[in-house]
Structure formats: C-alpha cells, structure tokens
Unconditional design. Structure first.
Length: 216
DNA sequence: CCCTGATTCGC
DNA sequence: GCGAATCAGG
C-alpha cells in the first residue's frame, strides 16, 4: 500500500478528529500504526499541545512564523464514539439488574410510564433519558445457575472501567445502575471476537433452548 | 498486560 | 519517503 492522496486525506481527517494511530491504521488497512505515526510526523501533523515547551533550537527561522494557528479540538477530546456498540449486544443489560444490593431503584408503581422517570430516585443525579421501557430481557430464571454464579463471582473482580476505558479486548458488560454512580463496566479480558468476558458471554448469549420447553 | 505517540535508522 | 523496531509513558 502506498500513501495515495485519498489515504493521506483520510489520515489527516482522522488524526484531526483525535483518532489514535492504530485506529487510523485499521481504517486504512494495509498499514501498521507505526506507518501511520511515521506519516503523521513526516506530514508535520504531530501534536505537541502545550505551546511553551516547543524546544526549537532554531536560531534563525525566517519565513514561517507558524503562529498559534493550530485549533486543536483535542483538548475537548472528542474521541470517536465508544466502540461499545459492537454488535448483538442487545439483551446485555438484562442480568445487570440481577444485582440485589440496591435500595430502591424505580421499582415503585408506574412501571409503564417513561414519561415521568425521575422523581422516584433520591436527590441523586438526573435519571438517564431512558426513553424505552427496557428491551426484552431474559428473566434470571432462564439463565443457568452456573452461569449466574460465575457472573456473581466475576463481578467482584471486575475492573470497573468507565466507558472510555473500554477497548475491543475488554468485557463491556455493564454492572450497576446507569442512573447512579454505581455504574461501571466489567472490563475483564473479553473473549476474542466477543464483547464480553467468558462469564458474561455465558449469560449474554443464550442458545435459546431452555425456553423451548413451552409445551401444551 | 493492554494501550498511546515519538524516534531512530536501514532500506 | 517509508515503516519496523524501539523507546517512553499511561
């Protein structure tokens, strides 16, 4: 692969967006992050934010004042959207509610009225939008006891990562109540190709066999 | 361990 | 110019 205009353009764009070299390399394909970094430098796109430490032993740099005209949107760290939205992660949040140690979430009446969400919660943070009334979630009863036990155990060792700390190799299983501070992601090593660690894969992906005993 | 960017240096 | 290897740091 060579650095065609298009590829360079993509590189510039993504770099400006704050994408990491590895992400850019993946996007472009055919190059490693090293190649990307090397190119970035040759293009003179390297960052170096804090203006002061610009150790330029350049004694005589005539033409080319290079003013502070470097609007770096990085301070705000837009950071591409979280990669959490991997794929079929739909039914995930389900078991997350299997957590017992919870005072009084929203178990109060009005179970079907997303119109008036907050109110119930103590003077905490505002509840998240939560427009939809919880997607189909497998009742805890459908999950094998083993898997559940395993999850309980694992969640004690969870790394408690924040959204931004998740990568393609960390378990993205949510734990706790998103509406409060008691919320984080498992973060343990995920199974290659899967968004969760072994324990959470166990409760996330059901062979949908245990529910077919519906006979009558 | 995973990741990040920075630099070097043979090609 | 290119980018693997290496370095330095989180």
């Amino acid at each position: 692969m060579s650095w065609t205009d298009e590829r360079v353009e993509t590189l510039k764009k993504m770099w400006a967006e704050g994408q990491s070299a590895s992400q850019i390399a993946k996007e472009l394909g055919g190059v490693t992050r090293n190649a990307v970094i090397g190119k970035v430098h040759r293009l003179g796109l390297s960052n170096r934010v804090g203006g002061p430490a610009t150790p330029e032993p350049k004694p005589a740099a005539p033409a080319r004042p290079e003013p502070a005209a470097a609007p770096r949107p990085e301070a705000v760290a837009p950071r591409a959207a979280p990669q959490v939205e991997d794929e079929p992660v739909a039914a995930a949040p389900a078991a997350a509610r299997a957590e017992p140690p919870r005072p009084a979430p929203a178990a109060a009446p009005t179970p079907v009225q997303p119109a008036a969400p907050v109110s119930v919660s103590p003077a905490r943070k505002q509840i998240v939008p939560a427009g939809q009334p919880l997607p189909p979630q497998p009742s805890a009863g459908e999950i094998s006891p083993e898997a559940l036990a395993s999850v309980r155990e694992v969640e004690k060792r969870a790394r408690r990562l924040t959204l931004m700390e998740l990568t393609e190799r960390t378990c993205k299983w949510p734990i706790g109540d998103p509406a409060t501070d008691d919320f984080w992601f498992c973060g343990l090593g995920s199974i290659p190709g899967k968004p969760y660690c072994e324990a959470h894969v166990g409760v996330a992906f059901q062979p949908m066999s245990a529910r077919r005993d519906r006979r009558r």
